[in-house]
Design a protein around this ligand. Structure first.
Ligand code: PMP
Length: 355
């Protein structure tokens, strides 16, 4: 591929991010952003942070941000690791699994970045198919049925299905694998899932990853975090300090702290998304779609007689962008982000026209 880079680069199959077109007149329901935008307090905090101190490096240990996260989720700051979006946190998690002697286990279908990280770092992995109704089966993650995994990762709620395990089900996986780290990617948990952060004090093999991109409406700021035992956090710090000691810049840190402090705004806007999700689900069902039960800010839906790629293309002609995955088993599904009520109405109206 290139004469200059290692031949490995030519063999990578990188993640293909959802399209980020210019917003003008578009109903953008393709990458699970939160439609209401960040709390006004975030914008004020970022503006105030725009001063001469930008000449200085940020705090390498992001103390203020870690304290704000710890206070919000009810743990100690030493149990928190921060990164530039949860993708970077996950990248560090995968690096910390480099040369692990046993394979990493994750579901198929899931967040498509996981196999990409494995490819990049040369980590061995095994996938376990979801059930026929697109659920994660807890038993597949216990050593008994499939052998001992080196580590386990899954999103809860899962992506792109939106289906969630209960905290008790996740706990069975964590308790059943005391010698393997279990990483629970809770990117979408605030829209209806049950977080297992309260379990981190009881299980030193549990790492919970969250992001401010979704429920805090800050995808553009790039702040994510992990919560876990001192042993797990220490490993991630060692990886981070071998990579980039200053991941969170001053502006992002100021904005993220302000977002975490505005609990009222967070609560109100996430509830609005949850309510719109019910309306969107009912509307899609009345148009004949099968919609998987979603605990996330998106729904995964298929129409029994209409081709998903064709539907996505027809919506696009009407300036509505949704995500269609060209993968086996889910080729007939659309993943549609829950926007505002108005966007939901536009979507349902457009679908009624094209069906
Ligand atoms: N995990 C899952 C399951 C996701 O869908 C995403 C968003 N694509 C991420 C993590 C990463 O989000 P971010 O880097 O914006 O925190």
């Amino acid at each position: 591929m290139s004469r200059f880079w290692s031949p490995v680069v030519g063999t990578l199959s990188p993640y293909v991010p959802g399209e980020q077109p210019k917003l003008q007149n578009l109903v953008k329901l393709n990458t699970n952003e939160h439609p209401y935008g960040p709390s006004p307090r975030v914008l004020d905090a970022i503006r105030s942070a725009c001063d001469d101190t930008l000449k200085l490096y940020p705090d390498p240990s992001s103390d203020r941000l870690r304290q704000a996260i710890a206070g919000t989720v009810g743990v100690q700051p030493g149990q928190v690791f921060v990164g530039n979006g949860s993708d970077e946190v996950l990248a560090h998690v995968f690096l910390a699994l480099l040369k692990h002697e046993r394979p990493l286990r994750f579901p198929d279908i899931t967040y498509s970045f996981y196999p990409v990280y494995c490819g990049l770092y040369g980590i061995q992995y095994e996938t376990v198919p979801l059930t026929s109704d697109f659920r994660i089966d807890v038993d597949d993650y216990l050593p008994g049925s499939k052998g001992q995994a080196g580590a386990i990762i899954f999103p809860n709620p899962n992506a792109p299905t939106g289906r969630a395990l209960s905290a008790a089900e996740v706990e069975r996986i964590v308790a059943g694998n005391p010698d393997a780290v279990v990483v629970v990617d809770e990117a979408y948990v605030d829209f209806g899932g049950e977080s297992v952060i309260p379990l981190v004090d009881s299980y030193d093999n549990l790492l919970v990853v969250q992001t401010l991109s979704k429920s805090r409406s800050l995808a553009g700021l790039r702040v994510g975090f992990a919560v876990g035992s001192a042993e797990l956090i220490d490993g991630l710090e060692r990886v981070k300090n071998s990579f980039n000691s200053y991941p969170i810049d001053r502006l992002a840190s100021a904005g993220a702290v302000a977002a975490l402090e505005d609990a009222e705004y967070f609560e109100r806007t996430r509830q609005a998304v949850i309510e719109t999700r019910s309306r969107m689900t009912a509307g899609l069902e009345s148009l004949g779609f099968e919609v998987l039960p979603s605990a996330a800010n998106f729904v995964f839906a298929r129409h029994p007689s209409r081709d998903a790629a064709g539907l996505a293309a027809s919506l696009r002609e009407r300036s509505i962008i949704v995500r269609h995955f060209r993968h086996e088993r889910i080729d007939q599904f659309l993943r549609i982000t829950v926007g505002t009520d108005e966007q939901c109405e536009l979507l349902l109206k457009a679908l009624a026209e094209v069906l």
